[in-house]
Design a protein around this ligand. Sequence first.
Ligand code: CTP
Length: 400
Amino acid sequence: MLGVGGGIAAYKAAELLRRFAESGHDVTVVPTRAALRFVGAPTWEALSGKPVTAEVWDDVHEVPHVRLGQEADLVVVAPATADLLARAAAGLADDLLGNILLTARCPVVLAPAMHTEMWQHAATQANVAALRERGVVVLDPASGRLTGKDTGPGRLPEPAQIYDACLDVLARGSQEPDLRGRTVVVSAGGTREHLDPVRFLGNRSSGKQGYALAEVAAARGAEVVLVSANAALPDPGGVRVVRVVSAEDLRQAVHKEAAGADVVVMAAAVADFRPASVAAHKIKKDDDGTVPAIALERTADVLAEVVRDRDSHGRRQVVVGFAAETGDASGTVLDHARAKLARKGCDLLVVNEVGDGKAFEVDRNEVVILGADGTSVAVPEAGKRAIAEAVWDAVAARLP
Ligand code: CTP
């Protein structure tokens, strides 16, 4: 059941509907009257293949106001406006969607979208708290450009994020979120080390795996800080994003955030070397054809430092490293990974085999999760979110 509220973001629900329909879900769309002023019934009927109405007075003999809610496996409302959140919190039933929200016994996901002032208003916050108290999953709105010139929290999360959150809820059912009350820090992306004002040494990490780890941790109830190095990805809803550029920036941000964390996951590709000095001006070509030599120096190993400090925070932190490995004459991928796990001293090492276009800038991945306790879990090729779920399963099993 896809409910659509009367906000300008209603058009984005068409993309959400398309994702559900293309992945084989049977979707009934129930817009509010106000939503139909933004996007008309023919759009929803064409995309869902079903008749669409906002009213309880159509097809009364089929008692749709009771049946639709009772039969649904999931109700998702996107966008959920301030008015819709208020009506849902109060249990009003003056249209078909209001009736469905009262009769549904399945999980309900609400994806709010409104102006920042409306989202932050005490009335809206009280409605959200009341809905969450009752077990409704209210996603946090994204931050960014709103309808007018203003920016701030209140944007509808991207349809892909709402879709993923719905699949999580469907998969988990009414299970209690297992990371609730935990604070986790995830580093993601790839660091850049400046050579001069226009050039840097970087790497191919897109940040997708780290972002998926952050999103899944938030969906499983954790408070998440994402230390993001140069990733061109939308901020995940409900996650605090700290942006960094270089290995040293990342090091400082991770240490600051790790002080209060239960879990630190180092998914970022951190530079091992940086230019020993950064030129103040753009390095120019010499007419005689000589090529400048770039002296490099080592950066700090952030993961090793997190492991070193982890018992100083008054709690036993679970620390997760990532390793991108290739096999060679001296050993297989897993030989090198076991040695790295021992060397780094973390609890878990997520091992990727790289080369041949594997792992970088792609949406799927295949990993082995090695535990310092000798365990090894092979996760066959899957989407980066599914990999993230497997990593959090391994982490959750090790939390005190
Ligand atoms: N890492 C880090 N700080 C660095 C380099 C890496 O925290 N300066 C972290 C990465 O985030 C990752 C893990 O260490 O979780 C493995 O990184 P990798 O570069 O593969 O390990 P190295 O020990 O540098 O081994 P190698 O010699 O294979 O590069």
